[in-house]
Structure formats: C-alpha cells, structure tokens
Design a protein around this ligand. Sequence first.
Ligand SMILES: *Cc1c(COP(=O)(O)O)cnc(C)c1O
Length: 372
Amino acid sequence: MPQNLCACGAPLLASYDLALAAVRMTQEELRRRGPSLWRYAEVMPGAAESAVSLGEGWTPLLYAQRLGEALGAAKLFIKDESPNPTGTFKARGLAVAVTRAKELGLKKLAIPTAGNAGSALAAYASRAGLEAYVLMPRDAPAANQLECRLYGAELILVDGLIGDCARLLSERKDKEGWFEVTTLKEPYRVEGKKTLGYEIFEQLGWRLPDALLYPTGGGVGLIGMWKAFAEMEEMGWIGPERPRMIAVQTTGCAPIVRAFQMRATTSEPWPNPKTLAAGLRVPKALGDFLILDALYRSDGAAIAVEDEELLAEMREAAEKEGLFLCPEGAATVAAARKLLANRFLKSDAAVVLCNTGTGLKYLDVVRSAARA
Ligand SMILES: *Cc1c(COP(=O)(O)O)cnc(C)c1O
C-alpha cells in the first residue's frame, strides 16, 4: 500500500544498502555515468531505466570570481539550478516522486505548492501519463499558473497560502482519490533533492565546501543534503566533518531564523508571511526539527534578508556573472555578503550558494517590485 507518513505521524526516509553502494559507486565509475541525478542510482529509489525523466540534475557548479570579489570571498561558487526542467530544482524531487508513483501504480497526484513544485509536478505527471492536481495560492507567480495549465494539470487556485492549499487538499483527497505528494509527506521528493549534495561534492573534486547557503522554505533541499552527507560518511567517502549549513529566509517570513535565535528545536507558524521570494513563503515547515538539527550540528546559522536586498543582489549577480538568479537564490547572495562582512564566514572559505531556479519565472513579481 502506498503510504504517506509513518504510523507515528513522522516523515518516512528511504534507506539503502550503503555497503553495496560503496563498492559500486566508485569515482571512476561515476565519471562514466550520464549527466543527470540518476547517476547516483545505488542511493536512489526507483529503477533508473524506468525513470520519468526530463534531464533533471547535474547542473553546473559555477565559480563566481567577480561576485566573490565584491563580497570578499575568494572561493565563492553558485550551484545553478536554473537549467533544470521547469527552471527550478523542484524538478529533482518531482522527477523521483513521479517515477515512484508510476511504479506503484498511482494515477492521480495532488500537491499543495507555493508555485514551482506545482509546475514540476504538472510537467512530470504529463511525461508519465498521470493526472496532476495542483493547489496554489491565487497570487503565485504567473509563470507557475500558466505552466500548470499548459502541461494539462488541474489548477486549483486558493485564496490563501501553501498551508491553506494543504488543508484543502487533505479535505478533498479521499473523495477525489488523490495521492498526496506533499513534500516530506511523500518519501521520495527529499531523495531527489538530496542529489544536490552528491553533485556539489563530486563537482568540488570529492570535497565538501566549508559552508552551504540554502534558501529555506520547507527546507527539503537542506534536509536532503544533510541526509546525503550521512550516506557519504557511511560509504566512507567523507569523515564526520560537515559544511556549515546556513538557512536563508527573508524578514517577511523567517520562522526558522526566529527558532534558531531562540535555540528552539521546532518553529512557530509565521503570521502573515510576505515576501516576493515565493518559494520562501512557508510559515511553518513540516521538517523544521530536521532543518534546525542540521543547523545546530554543523555550527551553522539561520539568517533573514530584506526583499530590497535580494532585489539588489539580483542586479549584482546579473551584472557580475551573467546570471539571472531567482529571488530565493539572490537571498543567499545577500546572506553571504552579511556573513562575510561580520566574519562568520572567512574570506578564504569555500562557500556554495544554491540558486534554486531561474529569475525568468518571476518576471511579474520582479517587475512590480522594481516599479514600487
Ligand atoms: C521551493 C523553493 C525553495 C525552497 O525550497 P525548500 O526545499 O522547500 O526549502 C527555494 N527556491 C525556489 C526557487 C523554490 O521553488
């Protein structure tokens, strides 16, 4: 029986035969494998041969010399997720979730989303020949709404936020026969997102960075990378060292930052979240305890930046590196600037920023913000 959560109500996490994976996934072998996230087959659910794929993953890790100089970082890298199908790293999670859903014989997949996850589900469901039901805030970016319609999903616009979408989904799913692919209520999206960690490690030459800045909404990528590092340690690829994990939010919705400042183990729902970084408009993350645990254990941090600051960094990254960052990715630049200025990060540290998608999906949002 396909299952969402554990009987105890906690998220389910996949596990693998890591002893076998360690034997098979050698450096030499990995060099021979194809340029997609399915290259890590031994630590992925689902069979690579039957993957529902649009070419997700294996995105570039770009050395950002000029931006780094402006920030005071000699070794600044941007993991650029914009080349992914549907333009964001949500493709990683949904490729894997839809692959598993198809293998398990599910037909109707439903998702609550701030926007980008809905687009990715719609695309992969179409590719797999499955039905997609996307519940999205009415004020989500126009591109997300248009994509869902174009890919043939049923788009249900909700007057509210992602949490309201999730509630509506729960009410309707049994009657409609939907299977819920809500992040962390579905075990495989996190498996797709964890491949970010494997790729960064491989692309740095089998080395972890000193710090990793992640724009945190639900925090699934951060949780996934943290899981990837644990798997790598078990395979003998690394020791107990970890990058400092840094969760980046905006001042208009910063529940993880507030919890971190109070050294709390869980977060409180953020009232009236407001930010143009749509992917960060998550008032309460289901996996908040996992995010916070990774931050504390890695001697990391949680930091909030203003919308105006991330808009300025969008301009800076475009002018200095030819990158049209998404607002969420630009938030990590603003955060890195602060953490380098106050010496939390040293100027010679290897720092990786996650640009989780392309700014092209936010034309309406950025345009109206720039006018204001
Ligand atoms: C969803 C999303 C995020 C946040 O990702 P989480 O793993 O849920 O924290 C960041 N950036 C973009 C572009 C997104 O679509």
